[in-house]
Design a protein around this ligand. Structure first.
Ligand SMILES: Cc1ncc(COP(=O)(O)O)c(C=O)c1O
Length: 423
C-alpha cells in the first residue's frame, strides 16, 4: 500500500510545517529504526520506549574503556569519576522536573522508587490509613500500593481507594478528586496518582490536587512515568511531597533505564524520617568511614541504597544533555503543535475515537484512540505503513508524537495509514 503518493497535498503541507517550525527536529541525533520499505519508521512509541540518542553509545563506551584502563581506580580517576557519577545527572534532572538540585536523585527503577518512597511516606495510623489512586492506575502502581497495605497489616480492599471518572466520562475531574479529599481526606494517608495517565493521556492538575491532598493532611506523591520529559513540571513550587519517574519513555535512556526520584526539600533535611537505608544514602563525608550508624545526607540521595550502575547511567546522561540544551518549554511548545496537528488529522476518520482530552492544556503529546481491534491495528500500522504505535488493553492504541524526533510528516503518515486501514 502506498500511503504517501508524491503528489499528496497533505504530505506537502506536513513537509512545509516541518521546514518552517521554530524548533527544527533533532531526529538526526537519534537512531530511527527502519520499516518494511527500508526507510525510517514513523515512531509514535516514545511514550513506551524512546529512541536511542546517538551520543549514548559513546558515553557507555567511554565508561567501558575507563573500566578496562583503570579497573578499581576508575572510581576516582575515570574521566567522569564513578564515585560521583550520579552528580552529573542531578542538575539536568532537577531542571527537567522543576526541582532544586538536592531534591532529585537518579536511581533504581520506577516501581522500586515508589516502594522506597512509600516506605518513608506511607505511615498509616488510626483512622488515616487509605491510599488514593486512579482506577486506571498502571498495574505496577496498583500492586505496589496493595502490597504496602499488606506490609502494614491492612486489608488492601479497605485501604486502597480507586477514583473513577463519572459514568460515561473518560477522565477524572479535578473537582471530583478535590471533592473526595475534602469529604474523606481525614482517612487518606497517601495520594498517589499518575501525572499523565498512561491509558488516556490525561494530564492531571498536579498543583491543585497536591494542594488539596496536603490541606487534607495526606502525603501527596506522583508517578511521573508519562509526564517527565513530556510536560513542564514545577515539583518544588507545587509543594509535591515526592515523585518518581522512569527514564526509558520520553527520556530516551534505554530499556529498564535508571529512573528518577524527587523528594521535597522540607523532607530531605529531616534525618528523623524513617527510610530504608543503604551506604550510598549515607553522607559522602563519612560514607567510607565504615561506621555502623547511618547518617543520611541532606538530599534526595539519602534514599539511595547501592552504588550506582555507571554503565546504565551513561545513556541517561546522553539524554538529559539533549533536554538541557533544548529546554522543556521549547519542547512543550513544539509538542503542542505536533499533537494538535495529529489530533486535527484524526478528526473524521471513521472507526476510531480519540479518548485523550481535546484541550491541549490537559494532555501531553500522547493521543489515545479507541478502536475495535487495537492489537491488530498496531500490527497492521507497523507492517503495512511503518508506523510504530502501541496497544493497551482492552481497546486503546496510543500514538505519541514526541517533539525531539517526530515530525509533522510522521503525523500525516500515521493519519493516512489509519484512514486506509480503518476504511
Ligand atoms: C505509569 C507507570 N507506572 C509504573 C510503571 C512501571 O515501571 P517500572 O517497570 O520501571 O517499574 C510504568 C511502566 O511503563 C508506567 O507506565
Amino acid at each position: 500500500m502506498d500511503f504517501l503518493p508524491s503528489e499528496d497535498p497533505g504530505a506537502a503541507e506536513a513537509r512545509r510545517l516541518d521546514e518552517t517550525d521554530p524548533l527544527p527536529t533533532l531526529r538526526a541525533e537519534f537512531h530511527v529504526p527502519t520499516g518494511p520499505d527500508g526507510g525510517e519508521v514513523a515512531y509514535f512509541a516514545g511514550n513506551s520506549l524512546g529512541l536511542q540518542p546517538r551520543a549514548a553509545a559513546r558515553l557507555v563506551e567511554e565508561e567501558l574503556l575507563d573500566w578496562a584502563r583503570l579497573g578499581v581506580e576508575g572510581h576516582h580517576r575515570a574521566r567522569r569519576p564513578w564515585v560521583d557519577y550520579h552528580e552529573l545527572l542531578r542538575e539536568p534532572a532537577a531542571r527537567l522536573v522543576g526541582a532544586l538540585p538536592h531534591e532529585v536523585v537518579a536511581m533504581n527503577s520506577l516501581t522500586v522508587n515508589l516502594h522506597l518512597m512509600m516506605a518513608t511516606f506511607y505511615r498509616p495510623s488510626g483512622d488515616r490509613t487509605r491510599i488514593l489512586i486512579e482506577d486506571s492506575a498502571f498495574p505496577s502502581d496498583s500492586y505496589a500500593v496493595q502490597s504496602q497495605a499488606v506490609h502494614h497489616g491492612l486489608d488492601p480492599a479497605e485501604t486502597i481507594v480507586r477514583l473513577r471518572p463519572r459514568p460515561g466520562e473518560e477522565h477524572l475531574r479535578t473537582e471530583d478528586v478535590v471533592g473526595h479529599l475534602e469529604r474523606e481526606g481525614h482517612h487518606v494517608a497517601l495520594v498517589l496518582l499518575g501525572g499523565v495517565n498512561y491509558l488516556t493521556g490525561q494530564l492531571m492538575d498536579i498543583p491543585t490536587i497536591t494542594k488539596a491532598g496536603r490541606a487534607a493532611g495526606a502525603v501527596v506523591g506522583w508517578d511521573l512515568a508519562h509526564a517527565a520529559g513530556n510536560v513542564p513540571l514545577r515539583l518544588h513550587d507545587w509543594d509535591v511531597d515526592f515523585a518518581a519517574w522512569c527514564s526509558y519513555k520520553y527520556l530516551n535512556s534505554g530499556p529498564g533505564a535508571v529512573a528518577g526520584c524527587f523528594v521535597h526539600e522540607r523532607h530531605v533535611r529531616n534525618p528523623a524520617l524513617p527510610r530504608l537505608a543503604g551506604w550510598w544514602g549515607n553522607d559522602p563525608a563519612t560514607r567510607f568511614a565504615m561506621e555502623p550508624d547511618f547518617v543520611p545526607v541532606a538530599s534526595a540521595d539519602s534514599w539511595q541504597l547501592s552504588n550506582p550502575p555507571i554503565l546504565a547511567m551513561a545513556p541517561v546522561l546522553a539524554s538529559l544533555r539533549i533536554f538541557d540544551r533544548v529546554g522543556m518549554e521549547a519542547l512543550r511548545a513544539k509538542s503542542r503543535r505536533l499533537t494538535g496537528y495529529l489530533a486535527d488529522r484524526l478528526e473524521g476518520i471513521a472507526g476510531l475515537e480519540v479518548i485523550t482530552p481535546s484541550d491541549p492544556a490537559w494532555r501531553g503529546c500522547q493521543l489515545s484512540i479507541r478502536v475495535a481491534d487495537a492489537k491488530g491495528l498496531v500490527r497492521r500500522l507497523a507492517d503495512e505503513a511503518g508506523v510504530i504505535a502501541d496497544a493497551r488493553e482492552p481497546d486503546v492504541v496510543r500514538l505519541a508524537p514526541t517533539p525531539l524526533y517526530s515530525t509533522f510528516l510522521d503525523c500525516h503518515r500515521a493519519a493516512e495509514a489509519l484512514r486506509a486501514i480503518l476504511h
